[in-house]
Design a protein around this ligand. Sequence first.
Ligand SMILES: NC(=O)c1ccc[n+]([C@@H]2O[C@H](COP(=O)([O-])OP(=O)(O)OC[C@H]3O[C@@H](n4cnc5c(N)ncnc54)[C@H](O)[C@@H]3O)[C@@H](O)[C@H]2O)c1
Length: 363
Amino acid sequence: MTPSDELAVAIIGAGSIGTRHYSNLEFIPGNRVVAVCDADDAQASKLASRAGAQTYPSVDAMFDAESGLDAVLICVPPGIRRQVFERAAERDVAVFCEKPPADSLEHAQAVARIVRDSGILCMAGFNMRYLPPVQRMRELIAGRTINLALCTYLSAPALTGGFRPWFFEKARSGGPLLDQAIHYVDLMRYFVGEITSVHAFGSNVARPKGPGFTIEDTAVSTIQFESGAVGHHVHSWATPWGYTKFELNGPDFHLALEPAGDTPGVFGTIGDPKGEGTVVHDAFPRAASLGRDGSRKPDAPLDAPPDFMHYQEMVTFLDAVRTGDTSGILSTYADGMRTLAVVLAMNRSIESGQVEPVVVPAV
Ligand SMILES: NC(=O)c1ccc[n+]([C@@H]2O[C@H](COP(=O)([O-])OP(=O)(O)OC[C@H]3O[C@@H](n4cnc5c(N)ncnc54)[C@H](O)[C@@H]3O)[C@@H](O)[C@H]2O)c1
């Protein structure tokens, strides 16, 4: 801890999510961002000037110069994870690692071993697990049989832009499944349990592959759970006027989850299928304070956290670092690696055309 008893935090990657996390860190007492590391000096300086922090062009330069760090946030593309963990483990610095946990199973396995062997505190950035409607869904489904999980996420960045170019390069981002569907696949695992195999298809009808665009613009995946339940995930970056829908179904319930946005909550029916059932309408306060450009919406309540979607996970992480009590962490690195294994199996299935088993590396 710093002399003032504030946690000394470094942000690695001063892009979209690094900046959003910074807005929440500013809002949460008891921490100070002392270092910002980004390969792009302009990006680093922009964020560091807000924080009054030192800038660094590389992870090594930062760890060489900063001896008093309590925690680092990894907010860089998924190919950059292991070197941060190696340096953090040498110094017993806690790590918050954005999703995806890594860009390959080998990479994730190496990181998971560093975490295990060093015993450093680590949390994977599966922020949705920490959202109130997600926790409410967990309460409502406790003890119930789930036979079908359905998720559809339709958006249009492949047609409209709005994402940085690396997101459209499969070798760097892993495409829509590794980069974004991973959130919803993680929720499926969180609610329904382990996934054993998948069959996925990709499409480039809307935007053909070419230089600078090597991802599928749309993908559909069928999912087999260990419990015997089945599921389906549809993900598109090429559907304007899109929407998101996440549903769980069982013999005695149907529940739809709105994790955030304008109408967060859990909605549906629970009861005897031959009877009328009880209507569930558990709405939570409107969640979005930041607009798409990262600036605060004019109508956002002043006491609302700047970035609600990522607020509770950051509070949880900082509390764990401060107290050493990790019981609030709902997304360990090892668990995140299991979700990673599912989306990598989906990407493999797109290539092979076959049903692919979910292979989780031993740690
Ligand atoms: N949990 C969420 O909801 C969420 C949301 C957005 C992004 N993310 C994840 O966060 C990560 C970053 O995404 P983003 O949208 O912020 O991307 P971004 O492109 O906006 O920012 C990434 C930053 O990393 C910097 N960078 C790249 N390589 C670097 C290196 N070797 N050393 C130092 N800096 C380097 C870039 O210059 C850039 O400023 C990705 O893994 C993404 O999937 C998570």
